[in-house]
Design a protein around this ligand. Structure first.
Ligand SMILES: Cc1cc2nc3c(=O)[nH]c(=O)nc-3n(C[C@H](O)[C@H](O)[C@H](O)COP(=O)(O)OP(=O)(O)OC[C@H]3O[C@@H](n4cnc5c(N)ncnc54)[C@H](O)[C@@H]3O)c2cc1C
Length: 414
């Protein structure tokens, strides 16, 4: 949708094919029991400039659409860090030095680590795992468990022992090092389909383009002067194609194009990581002390109080990112574990009116060291690739996906 908006803006007519009934893909609204959920709780950072600008371009209002919180990490009862209103990176250094739940030497060593990263411009000569980098810089097990591991899993959706240190540093560089507002956390107040793709579709249609839902692409054939797109509604011909499907589908669609065999091999080599979200609808009086709270060494990694965020009172979302023991549980068993944790941590003894577990098994690619990600440009100049898995600084995020779409639009217009 980012590519479609950017091309539409330049007066280039586009047709978007979407296989699902609604737009949004891995960031979409999911209606359930008269409540609007998402396929998973999403969080944006202030440094997601392209995504935020795009939402505004298609008619969004960042102040109204999001609850904006200054950087804060709270692992209930174990750790808490809050950035004061100071210029970056002072806000982070003060936050680290005044963090609760860490020894004095751990706080000092975290602050020293951040200063060293600034000195090396957040670049390492050879990529390694986040664990290796943290050990190299003397970060203790406690510091890793309470600060770096939750940050790494939230940002890269990949466990520290296999996550790319360089990609983690790219995120730290952009979120923590430039302006204070870059580290703000933005929690959407409306569902994700309404937040961006639906507005983007209206924008594209207003500019003469088409957005076709329930219209998946089954096949893609390259002819001398055009590209044939086959759907169950028939075939259409285009001058160019931006393939913005998830990696597994992209590999399937491109497999018959010999020139793209190296790209298909790169995509086939990607591993994936899951994200589970457990929604629990409690009575309206049930609330948490903050809109977003972490738990230390529990199944629920982050809890979101949708009442505080979006006026959905009593609705709590528990997010479990990356691979783990929870994958061996049934949805009912996992929901039970989360309910017990809410009772033990906050004394919430009410029974939820309903529970909905959404397991996205291929939520993101596993962001491992020195990963070869396909470029947006391919060996076939009329076929481009967009998506969070394509080459870029970021892990699988909305900003990464948006940037890749914008890059495709730029290259195509050039
Ligand atoms: C549960 C969850 C939580 C997340 N949390 C965050 C977060 O907090 N912050 C963040 O930045 N990122 C988060 N992410 C990652 C983010 O959602 C993704 O990086 C981003 O949505 C990927 O966008 P994309 O356009 O690359 O791919 P997708 O969103 O997967 O889009 C691909 C589209 O192609 C469609 N499609 C598939 N096959 C076909 C076909 N044959 N023909 C036509 N269309 C087809 C799909 O239906 C889909 O709409 C999260 C992801 C998940 C799953």
């Amino acid at each position: 949708m980012a590519a479609a908006v950017a091309l539409s803006e330049r007066g280039i007519p586009v047709t978007v094919f979407e296989s699902a009934r609604q737009l949004g893909g891995r960031a979409r609204g999911v209606p359930h029991q008269k409540t609007q959920l998402d396929n998973g709780q999403h969080l944006l950072l202030g440094c997601y400039r392209d995504t935020l600008a795009l939402i505004e371009k298609v008619g969004g209002d960042i102040e109204a659409d999001f609850l904006r919180l200054p950087l804060q990490l709270d692992l209930h009862g174990h750790f808490s860090l809050q950035a004061p209103r100071l210029p970056a990176p002072l806000h982070l250094l003060v936050a680290l030095m005044s963090a609760q739940g860490l020894s004095w030497s751990d706080r000092l060593s975290a602050a020293r680590f951040m200063l060293t990263l600034r000195q090396i411009h957040f670049r390492i000569a050879t990529d390694m795992t986040v664990s290796e980098l943290l050990r190299l810089h003397g970060q203790s097990s406690m510091l890793i468990q309470k600060l770096w591991e939750p940050l790494c899993i939230a940002a890269l959706n990949t466990p520290v022992h296999i996550a790319s240190a360089q990609v983690m540093l790219n995120v730290l560089r952009d979120a923590l090092n430039k302006t204070r507002a870059d580290s703000d956390m933005l929690l959407p107040r409306i569902d994700f389909t309404a937040l961006f793709p639906q507005r983007a579709a209206n924008y594209v249609r207003k500019h003469g383009g088409h957005v076709l839902t329930s219209c998946g692409v089954d096949d893609l054939q390259l002819h001398d002067y055009n590209i044939e797109i086959s759907t169950k509604r028939g075939s259409l011909f285009f001058s160019h194609v931006i393939c913005a499907t998830p990696p597994v589908t992209t590999a399937r669609l491109l497999r018959n194009l010999d020139q793209l065999a190296p790209v298909v091999a790169q995509i086939d080599a990607l591993q994936h990581q899951p994200i589970y979200t457990v929604y629990l609808q409690y009575p309206a009086h049930v609330k948490l002390s903050h809109p977003m709270l972490g738990l230390h060494q529990r199944y629920s990694q982050w809890l979101f109080d949708k009442g505080r965020i979006a006026g959905q009172h009593g609705l709590i979302a528990a997010v479990i990112s990356a691979e783990g023991l929870h994958q061996a549980l049934s949805h009912d068993e996992l929901a039970q574990k989360v309910m017990v944790e809410l009772d033990e941590e906050f004394g919430i003894i009410d029974s939820p009116q309903w529970v909905k577990v959404i397991a996205e098994k291929r939520a993101t690619f596993a962001c491992t060291p020195a990963l070869q990600r396909p470029a947006q440009q391919t060996a076939l100049p009329r076929i481009l690739l967009a998506g969070d898995y394509t080459a870029g600084d970021y892990p699988a995020t909305l900003e990464g996906a948006v940037q890749s779409g914008l890059r495709c639009a730029e290259q195509l217009t050039e």
